[in-house]
Design a protein around this ligand. Structure first.
Ligand code: NJP
Length: 235
């Protein structure tokens, strides 16, 4: 049980990578706060986990709405008295040429993929700095390190996340707070309406979850600040 007694807040926990992280964290002994916009899906996941003895709080939030995110972190801290791990996983993808991308789509991408991460991180850091302990895991993307044809704005949100994540990593390590960015390639989920390169062998959500468990369970003195995750044999 590599995360025994740890309290983890996971955004985008209702499906895909966030659901896998929730399940693997639970298996490793963590207590959970599950969040996404859809309460019914979160409740169903929570019910299954509780049957196995896991402590779970469900707190729906739209990460593009500041008061939702503030309420999420406050509810987690109130319920458990501490927050050990925040996984900023909620994200959206819109893939089309920039000439066809609306300003509303640009705003939606940045609001969810970057602004929501900023607000959740700021709110949780208040607790983690006081605790002098904590781990923040940002689910970024290899699209945050590479150009993406027909995905310029999505890529821009993840490049922004990379700058944010690396900067707070330097800012926060003096407080014993680890900041980890995981950069997966394509993962087999419903993300971006299943936008995946044809015929490419892609990662599974559980693979990303394994990386998150590993990063969160290193000895507190050690920080794995960046993880590139690719399929081994893509074609
Ligand atoms: O996506 P998907 P993934 N506020 O669509 C929630 C990154 N990534 O698991 O709100 C709060 O299956 C949504 O729930 P609901 C990607 O950029 C992926 O693949 O109820 N939550 C659901 O739980 C993202 O950051 C790939 O609709 C919101 C979850 O987010 C992360 O991995 C590759 C929300 C999305 O589940 C998870 O993606 C890569 C909001 N406004 C990086 N909007 C990939 N899959 O290929 C959505 O490099 N959610």
């Amino acid at each position: 049980m590599r995360l025994e007694g740890k309290v983890a807040v996971i955004t985008g926990a209702s499906r895909g990578i966030g659901k896998s992280i929730s399940e693997q964290f639970a298996r490793e002994g963590a207590m959970l706060v599950l969040s996404a916009r859809t309460r019914s899906t979160l409740d169903a996941i929570a019910e299954k986990l509780r049957e196995t003895g896991v402590e779970v709080l469900v707190q729906p939030a739209d990460v593009s709405i500041e008061r939702d995110v503030v309420a999420l972190i406050a509810a987690a801290a109130r319920n458990y008295g501490k927050i050990d791990i925040l996984v900023n996983n909620a994200g959206i993808g819109i893939f089309k040429p920039v000439s066809e991308t609306g300003t509303d789509e640009f705003d939606a991408l940045f609001d969810v993929n970057m602004r929501g991460v900023f607000i959740a991180t700021r709110e949780v850091l208040r607790h983690m700095v006081e605790q002098n302990d904590g781990t923040i895991i940002n689910i970024a993307s290899l699209a945050g390190k590479n150009p993406v044809e027909n995905g310029a704005v999505y890529a821009a949100t993840k490049w922004a996340l990379l700058g944010f994540s690396k900067s707070i990593m330097l800012e926060m390590r003096k407080h014993n707070i680890r900041v980890v960015a995981i950069y997966p390639g394509s993962v087999d989920t419903e993300f971006g309406s299943g936008h995946h390169p044809d015929g490419e062998k892609i990662l599974q959500a559980d693979d990303v979850a394994e990386a998150a468990v590993l990063a969160a369970s290193l000895p507190p003195r050690a920080m794995m600040s960046e993880i590139d995750l690719r399929p081994t044999n893509p074609k």
